[in-house]
Design a protein. Structure first.
Length: 94
């Protein structure tokens, strides 16, 4: 991940209420390139995941997982949702 994108993601984490400890963890995740949800590694494809209603920071995901979360939230489509995804959303503060 280039330095500007990395710094932008860290600023987003602060914006969405991440604590200093969480930002340190996020920094490690961004450097390692691992999605917290699917565990795939793609250092250039990570985003700061947050609840769009509350603005609350939830974690670091790949863009694919981020889109899945957005779809579930938008359509309240829980019955077709992967259980790991639903557990992650619930645990992180849906």
């Amino acid at each position: 991940m280039d330095i500007q994108k990395h710094q932008k993601q860290l600023r987003k984490a602060y914006k969405y209420g991440a604590t200093s400890d969480q930002v340190a963890d996020i920094n490690n995740l961004l450097q390692g390139g691992t999605c917290e949800l699917c565990k795939k590694t793609d250092i250039n494809n990570l985003v700061i995941e947050h609840n769009h209603k509350t603005g609350k920071f939830r974690g670091v995901t790949c863009q694919s997982c981020n889109m899945k979360i957005a779809h579930v939230e938008k359509h309240k489509n829980y019955d077709t949702c992967n259980l790991d995804l639903l557990d992650w959303i619930t645990y992180r503060g849906y």
